[in-house]
Design a protein around this ligand. Structure first.
Ligand SMILES: *Cc1c(COP(=O)(O)O)cnc(C)c1O
Length: 409
């Protein structure tokens, strides 16, 4: 790691884990006949579909392209509304706008920061076509309730599973929940292809449309034509070049072999954080539901004890408020100590683009807005060791102590 602070290395909130096998896999492709859309794409898609437990996986150039492709395959258009959670990466909502549709923001649950099915229900109108459920931090959403809502109201359920590859919900794999699931293989995500993304689905017709969409709307790819000795092709939809290369897919295939091991390491690190914070009432952790296999892309804490209505003593609440007000300061103190904390995310409806174009703003999703003030993502990646977790916990203790000391009159 490049940035050094004293003798302790800078700990980012997330980073890739690569080994010699990964490098060899990429090198092999560089010496082969196919640099893009060759056999590694097929092999990567098969391996991903196997993990997701779906009939199809379609690799695309990044997670945002995967979301765009999902909206395209579902024919989201200008008359349509799609419900998305307020706390997510902007791409979860932007994809609706790419198709001319309107994202409608649903609030999150205070204790898990996952999309709140009760608020989803309130936001459904005759124009609603789909729900994008985001498995925030790596925890699958409440799919029992979301599936029931989708069924009752005739909506498509899309899972933005960019955080959750390797996770599960009551014995079902992430990737098989919802009609379409999207993934990102950015370096901080559960496995990486540098840049990359994919969509998984059991639906043959949707998979076919996704494949056409990623290749300019053309019905065959260049390898299929080469194999058939044919030159003729037809463009039947307006697609894009959203292909993922054989180089990327070779890396992804090698990474997928280690997914189980990565996930288990993330879970072990999370348990260590959980144990530390169980004894530290000033730091709240997110609720994990029963029956969940959590992929722990992120480990998110909420400064101040969980403040539930009617719960917690007056003192707890005062510490909670004091710490929320000091989040940015605690963030800076941690960064100064070489701890690469982050904030996931600025609620999407508070971004200037959304305020200007959709007229959103404060008050629309109050739970998300309040949580946003208090959250911090702590370092979480498979090559961290237990001592790294202890160092983060100690640095957080010190940052909180100093911030509270400054508050005392
Ligand atoms: C990373 C991410 C994306 C976008 O993926 P890219 O590969 O960076 O385009 C979309 N949604 C969520 C929830 C993400 O975390």
């Amino acid at each position: 790691m490049s940035r050094e602070t004293g003798d302790a290395p800078f700990l980012p909130y997330g980073r890739q884990t690569l080994d010699d096998e990964d490098l060899a896999a990429v090198r092999e492709v560089l010496g082969s006949d196919w640099l893009t859309t060759g056999p590694k794409v097929d092999a990567f898609e098969e391996a991903l579909a196997e993990i997701a437990g779906t009939r199809h996986a379609v690799a695309v150039s990044n997670g945002t392209a995967a979301l765009h492709a999902a909206m395209f395959a579902l024919d989201i258009g200008p008359a349509d509304e799609v419900i998305v959670p307020a706390i997510t990466f902007a791409a979860s909502a932007n994809c609706v706008i790419y198709q001319g549709g309107r994202p409608v923001f649903a609030d999150v649950e205070a204790d898990s920061l996952l999309i709140d099915p009760a608020d989803v229900e309130r936001k459904i109108t005759p124009a609603t076509r789909a729900i994008v459920a985001v498995d925030y931090a790596g925890q699958p959403c409440d799919y029992d309730r979301l599936e029931a809502l989708a069924e009752t109201h005739g909506l498509d359920l899309v899972c933005d599973a960019c955080h959750a590859l390797g996770g599960g919900y009551h014995g079902r794999s992430v990737g098989s929940l919802g009609r379409l699931s999207t993934f990102s293989f950015h370096p901080v995500k559960p496995v990486t292809t540098a840049e990359g993304g994919a969509i998984t689905t059991d639906d043959d017709a949707l998979a076919q449309r996704l494949r056409i969409f990623r290749n300019h709307g053309i019905t065959t790819d260049h390898r299929q034509r080469a194999e058939q000795g044919a030159w003729f092709y037809e463009m039947v939809e307006l697609g894009y070049n959203y292909r993922l290369s054989d180089l990327h897919c070779a890396l992804g295939l090698s990474q997928l072999r280690k997914l189980r091991q990565f996930t288990e390491r993330r879970q072990a690190l999370a348990r260590r954080y959980d144990e530390a914070f169980a004894e530290r009432p000033r730091v709240g952790t997110l609720r994990v539901a029963d029956g969940i296999e959590h992929a722990y892309h992120l480990y998110v804490v909420k400064l101040g004890r969980q403040i539930r209505s009617g719960g917690g003593s007056h003192d707890d609440r005062m510490v909670g408020y004091a710490l929320a007000a000091r989040r940015n300061e605690i963030f800076s103190r941690l960064r100064d100590a070489g701890i690469g904390v982050n904030v996931h995310y600025v609620p999407v409806h508070l971004h200037p683009y959304y305020r200007e174009h959709l007229g959103t703003g404060p008050g629309l999703c109050p739970v998300a807005e309040a949580a946003y003030e208090r959250i911090l993502s702590l370092p979480m990646f498979p090559s961290m060791d237990d001592a790294d977790v202890d160092r983060v916990v100690e640095a957080l203790d010190q940052a909180i102590d100093r911030s509270l000391a400054e508050d005392t009159p």
